[in-house]
Design a protein around this ligand. Structure first.
Ligand code: SF4
Ligand code: SF4
Length: 730
């Protein structure tokens, strides 16, 4: 070993020892913080499915590749990071001797070829990512950026480290070529040979370049170890467990989540019959009341801003950004952790758990963080502003886009649950809706005995469950479908089409109450459970004696469709629920309904979040519309998985929209820009919001917003009076 190699070896060993020590400390700290969360035993079920999903999502980059170039570039950088870690390891042999290499594989041409290819593609990938980050930097002139609010130096730092590590890998090889100590042939390593051709014949060059590569790599490790909230770097490790522990590994990537999780305390679903707010956790009021998976979510965020770029609240000037929400929770959790780990924290009655002595050694910042309210305005020192919390429509666009499977909607609803159930703190205008649900069983407060009024004037009988036993489908009308004027026209259109197709169906009539969706999304789990239990009982009775595949329900409202199909199982109600567009598509494709007259003037389709993103029903409504117009739909730029919310979900339908641009107006402008005369919808709330948007723009005469069923009815029965399928303006 020459004198240069003695120095390079000592320096490499020294910096590596420091970096590894700091990294071990950082991992222990992160583990301790994540373990502060509440139990989530269900995350350990289905290990096989979880492993498969983790491998498919990471190796296939299923979410990232939807972003085209950036996804491909990131894939090469990820593969480069994993495979080229071997070359960092090899550098430790090269600081000892300039001709050194990895044992066994280090002299294998296949290894030389593979690492050469990955190095070159990794270089291309990181340059593309750097260009994208620069092009989208928040301070660029004009335009909004998905990186607004991200810690930009961290992103630049990580990208420069990757670039330099790759470059020095080639420089090491170049010195070996220049000194004639490179074992791989030119055909397998042409770039290394080209670099070697311009480097001097310096015998110690490979050792010095290897030291520089190690110093860069270990500097990265030291920096990230000193910054445990640096998700842009830590996600390289945390993304794997975060995807592994996602809540439903069998569902397609994204999926906007669909059902909400039941309320839990100590990892067990809360039973409202016995629950006691002084002993059981009601939602989340302290950051440590999230589950450990929640805290892992916050730690894993890469600050990429994909969620932010798709969020309807953020895009219309509301204070909510799902990214900034996650970052606020992450920073708060890590800043509060020393206080919690010292034994601090409030019990469920709000009393401090720690003794003075336990907290005596803590610095004032940790203690102050422990005192911050989780929900509160800036003046109150709150972590999350109430306007942030209540701006969410639970549309799921954030969850759909997040490449590391962060479950924003669950966290938002958990915080809402505490605010509603314990603090009674929520936008006051929603109080009327909640009172109506409790007292009248529907959000409008309409008399229950008017639930069947929509049937009046139909030229056929609509049977009730109990009057007929052999119905195939139970037609779940929903509150909007029973009480709201526009939605009633959809209900009549669906009933008419089912009757026309000879489908046997029956309704519950006055036996139906609200599915509970708005109560659950606003956070009032108590009212949801009350309504849902009643409905489950009614439905179980209606289907008594039938196996699950024969307990078929058709619903026109995607919120009912989601709640009945995905959430009633949590309360013992197992049903086969379809959306009316799915059933209609089936009836058309099997020839039971025949569109005869093409609907003209151009049709565009707005995907309801709870039908599309949350439940992946994208094709059926498009098939029905395609058959009705006998031509191509005019798609809006934001469609299918990337559809833009109408603004009504998450119980926002019953809250005033006081901040920023109205979401429905933004969506209507997009729809109108297509030039289509008809905007088809598949949800009564979307219908209300988009109709309001169109009328607000004074375009009610030029553009019509109607349900897919009404479009089909016009094509199947053109002689039908227009009033049957045309909404009342205003
Ligand atoms: S669910 Fe929708 S509105 Fe809520 S944070 Fe996510 S993207 Fe924004
Ligand atoms: S998409 Fe996911 S990883 Fe990216 S900023 Fe949003 S929460 Fe973080």
């Amino acid at each position: 070993m020459g004198s240069v190699q003695i120095v390079t070896t000592i320096l490499a060993a020294g910096i590596t020892a420091v970096a590894v020590w700091l990294a071990v400390r950082a991992v222990m700290k992160m583990t301790a913080v994540i373990r502060l969360g509440q139990p989530a035993p269900e995350r350990f079920a289905d290990k096989g499915a979880r492993t498969r999903k983790m491998l498919v999502e990471t190796a296939g980059h299923t979410r990232m590749l939807k972003w085209g170039v950036v996804g491909a570039a990131h894939w090469f950088v990820m593969v480069g990071f994993i495979v080229l870690s071997l070359l960092v390891l090899e550098a430790y042999f090269e600081v000892v001797t300039p001709t050194g290499g990895l044992p066994i594989i280090g002299h294998w041409t296949v290894f030389g070829l593979a690492t050469e290819i990955i190095t070159v593609l990794g270089l291309v990938g990181i340059l593309v990512l750097m260009a994208i980050r620069l092009r989208n930097r928040p301070n660029r002139p004009g335009g909004r950026s998905r990186f607004t609010g991200s810690t930009m130096w961290q992103g630049y730092f990580v990208e420069w480290v990757v670039l330099l590590v790759l470059v020095f890998g080639l420089v090491i090889r170049g010195f070996k070529v220049a000194t004639d100590h490179f074992e791989y042939p030119v055909w397998a390593t042409p770039v290394s040979h080209a670099v070697g051709a311009i480097l001097p014949d310096w015998s110690d060059g490979a050792s010095v370049a290897a030291l520089i590569k190690i110093v860069i790599s270990m500097t990265w490790l030291i920096v990230i170890s000193l910054n445990v909230t640096m998700g842009v770097a830590w996600h390289r490790f945390l993304a794997f467990p975060n995807i592994f522990f996602k809540r439903d590994p069998e569902k397609p990537a994204g999926s906007g989540l669909g059902p909400l999780r039941p309320m839990t305390s100590q990892g067990k679903p809360l039973d409202f019959e016995e629950a006691d707010p002084e002993k059981d956790q009601f939602g989340v009021s302290q950051v440590e009341q999230f589950t450990w998976k929640g805290l892992l979510d916050f730690s894993t965020c890469t600050e990429c801003g994909r969620c932010q770029s798709q969020c309807p609240a953020w895009n219309t000037g509301k204070p909510l950004s799902p990214k900034l929400l996650v970052l606020s929770l992450r920073d708060h959790a890590y800043a509060k952790a020393p206080y919690l780990l010292a034994g601090g924290g409030k019990d469920l009655t709000g009393e401090e758990k720690a003794t003075q002595a336990q907290l005596a050694h803590l610095d004032v910042l940790s203690l102050a963080e422990g005192d911050k309210p989780l929900i509160g305005t800036a003046e109150e020192g709150g972590v999350i502003d109430p306007d942030v919390l209540w701006s969410c429509t639970t549309c799921g666009a954030c969850v759909e886009q997040c490449p590391v499977d962060i479950e924003h909607v669950d966290h938002i609803v958990d915080m809402r649950r505490y605010q509603v159930l314990i603090e009674s703190s929520f936008p006051s205008e929603a109080g009327v809706m909640l009172r109506n649900l409790e007292n009248k069983g529907n959000p409008w407060g309409a008399p229950q005995n008017t639930r069947e009024d929509w049937t009046k004037g139909l030229d056929f009988e609509v049977p009730r469950v109990g009057e007929v036993d052999d119905f195939e489908y139970l037609f779940w009308v929903g509150c909007a479908g029973a009480f709201e004027d526009r939605a009633k026209k959809t209900t009549r259109a669906v009933a008419t089409l089912l009757n026309e197709a000879g489908v046997s169906f029956a309704i519950l009539g006055e036996g139906e109450t609200c599915s509970g969706d708005p109560a659950r999304r606003i956070g009032n789990e108590f009212v949801f459970q009350m309504l849902a239990q009643q409905n489950v009982e009614t439905l179980n009775e209606a289907f008594e004696g039938r196996e699950k595949t024969k307990r078929k329900i058709v619903a026109t409202c995607p919120h009912c469709f989601n709640t009945l199909g995905n959430e009633y199982g949590q309360l013992g109600g197992e049903f086969e629920v379809v959306h009316h567009t799915q059933l209609l598509a089936h009836l058309v494709s099997t020839g039971k309904l025949t569109p005869v007259q093409p609907v003209d003037g151009g049709v565009t389709y707005h995907d309801p979040c709870y039908l599309g993103r949350h439940n992946r029903v994208f094709a059926a409504p498009r098939e029905v519309l395609g058959d009705s117009i006998q031509g191509e739909l005019t798609e809006m730029p934001r469609n299918s998985e990337r559809s833009f919310c109408c603004g009504a979900g998450g119980a926002r339908m019953w809250m005033e929209e006081k901040i920023g641009k109205r979401i429905n107006v933004d969506r209507v402008e997009e729809a109108m820009a297509t030039g289509a005369k008809t905007v088809a919808v598949g949800c009564p709330f979307c219908s209300t919001m988009l109709n309001d948007g169109v009328n607000g723009k004074g375009a009610g005469e030029q553009v019509e917003v109607i349900d897919v069923a009404s479009v089909l009815l016009r094509s199947v029965k053109p002689e039908q009076p227009r009033g049957e399928s045309t909404p009342v303006a205003g």
